[in-house]
Design a protein around this ligand. Structure first.
Ligand code: ADP
Ligand code: MG
Length: 252
């Protein structure tokens, strides 16, 4: 005949509560030793299951986000980039800006940490179960173009429109022709005042007319992006050549 302990294991298996099975023995021991109440014991045991599910959920949200790497704020050396207000960046990770449907623009030359910071904020959002997606501007435009050719542009726009946070990386590295700029405008217009978007760019706003090869369209895009936006202008050295700079200093 089965003992009630075996019956309990069977029940937990049937209910697919793997973590509770894993931690059953130690929890029984702990509970006996510390004379835990039945309720406290159950809370302790169910917490193991909940913790694992939370972790799985976070991992899948982060995976869905398609981040280029898993760099977070703790990996960012703020001392190296004194033009950045650390408190302002920390405030972004509270996701207040998403509640307000505000945008963030990281502006600055190559290597100063624009993609790193945008990704770190994106990961913070994904960890709090905010639907987040990272895409390079060039790839985004290719996808919209392809959708248009296949007569499914509306669907594609809706797809990118639905993320609570969209990160569009590297505006300005490659020129965008007028027809493509229109597709980009449609997405910006769709998200305007409804969803938050983080942009990274190496191009000053006055040069966006050249980037989009149409100054009117560029203005319309900028107007919507900047209406409710925090612009983080990063002035400093590239972190990629940090070691070279340090060596130069040593040799001085
Ligand atoms: P950008 O997008 O501005 O060109 P990245 O964010 O890609 O620059 O940064 C280039 C590399 O340097 C990345 O590997 C990034 O993690 C790292 N990096 C940049 N700035 C810092 C910093 N202040 N502290 C730590 N790592 C940094
Ligand atoms: Mg970058």
């Amino acid at each position: 005949m089965n003992s009630s302990y075996q019956q309990l294991i069977q029940n937990l298996e049937y209910l697919k509560l793997k973590q509770m099975i894993c931690h059953l023995n130690e929890t029984i021991d702990f509970s006996t030793k510390n004379q835990l109440s039945f309720v406290d014991t159950l809370v302790k045991l169910t917490n193991y299951e909940i913790d694992m599910r939370e972790r799985n959920m976070i991992n899948s949200m982060v995976k869905v986000g398609a981040f280029p790497h898993l760099k977070e704020l703790k990996d960012f050396d703020f001392d190296f980039q004194p033009s950045i207000n650390k408190q302002q960046i920390l405030d972004f990770t509270t996701l207040r800006f998403i509640e307000e449907n505000e945008n963030i623009v990281f502006l600055g030359p190559s290597g100063v940490g624009k993609t790193h910071l945008a990704t770190a904020i994106g990961i913070a959002a994904a960890k709090k179960r905010t639907s987040t997606y990272f895409i390079k501007c060039h790839e985004l435009i290719l996808q919209l173009k392809k959708a248009k050719m296949e007569n499914r542009l509306d669907n594609r726009l809706k797809h990118y429109g639905k993320y609570k946070l969209l990160i569009i990386d590297e505006i300005g590295y490659l020129p965008i022709d007028r027809e493509d700029a229109k597709l980009f405008f449609q997405l910006i217009d769709l998200r305007y005042e409804k969803k938050s978007t983080i942009f990274t760019t190496n191009a000053n706003f006055k040069d966006w007319g050249e980037v989009f090869q149409d100054s009117k369209l560029a203005n319309a895009i900028l107007d919507r992006i900047l209406h409710h936006a925090a612009v983080i202008n990063i002035v400093g050295d590239s972190y990629r050549i940090k070691n070279h700079l340090e060596r130069e200093k040593e040799n001085e």
